[in-house]
Design a protein around this ligand. Structure first.
Ligand code: GAR
Length: 208
């Protein structure tokens, strides 16, 4: 059973989807710590309701970005975490964090990478950009986290239709329901089964 740490900044519906999958016995792991970059994030309440340790670590409380990254890394190292899930985490962490957990961090992005990703593309902004461009299909991507934002090896993707009368909020909800909450727990489960193999920047899913 793997020990999972989560990084959150907001509502935590993806965290919830993972916790629910664990409860259903679909993931051979448990979430042992959740860190929020923001006070009052509802994700913290979701975790606390399950008796999971929570902490708030705000970047502005640290002198430099490096200090923040080091403190976060230390927090998870001290707790013997096998996998870190970014679950609606809105900060980009640097090498002082990323190098400590190479190939052990995964993220959910609310679009089909390499479209609508990178700096500035997060949360609702992604869906606003999708609607502005007029693409007819969007979706979600789970990928390993590397030092470059949204550029790590892709684990799973799922497409979602864009409708003519979509608002950013309606599209965000559909992408969550039809893609994110399905593929994120699945990717965590594959990781827990040690079935993800990265070769030349490409993920292969090993047969059982
Ligand atoms: C989700 O749509 C997630 O994919 C996105 O923010 C939302 C968070 O929702 N993440 C990013 O944009 C990360 N760059 P949640 O807090 O309810 O899981």
């Amino acid at each position: 059973m793997i020990r999972i740490g989560a990084l959150v900044s907001g509502g935590g519906t993806n965290l919830q989807a993972i916790m629910d999958a664990i409860d259903r016995g679909e993931i051979d792991g448990k979430i042992t710590a959740v860190v929020s970059s923001k006070d009052g994030a509802y994700a913290l309440e979701r975790a606390a309701a399950r008796g999971i340790e929570t902490a708030v670590m705000r970047k502005k409380d640290y002198k430099t970005s490096q200090d923040y990254d080091k403190a976060l890394a230390l927090f998870f190292k001290e707790r013997d975490i096998d996998l870190i899930v970014y679950a609606g985490f809105m900060l980009i962490l640097g090498p002082d964090f990323v190098n400590c957990f190479e190939n052990r961090m995964i993220n959910i992005h609310p679009a089909l990478i390499p479209s609508f990703c990178g700096k500035g593309y997060y949360g609702l902004h992604v869906h606003e950009a999708v609607l502005k461009k007029g693409v007819k299909v969007t979706g979600a991507t789970v990928h390993f986290v590397t030092a470059e934002c949204d550029a790590g090896p892709i684990i799973l993707q799922k497409a979602v239709e864009v409708k003519d009368d979509d608002t950013p909020e309606a599209l965000q909800r559909r992408v969550m329901e039809q893609a994110e909450w399905i593929i994120y727990p699945k990717a965590v489960s594959l990781f827990a089964q040690n079935r993800l193999e990265i070769k030349d920047g490409v993920v292969k899913i090993k047969e059982k």
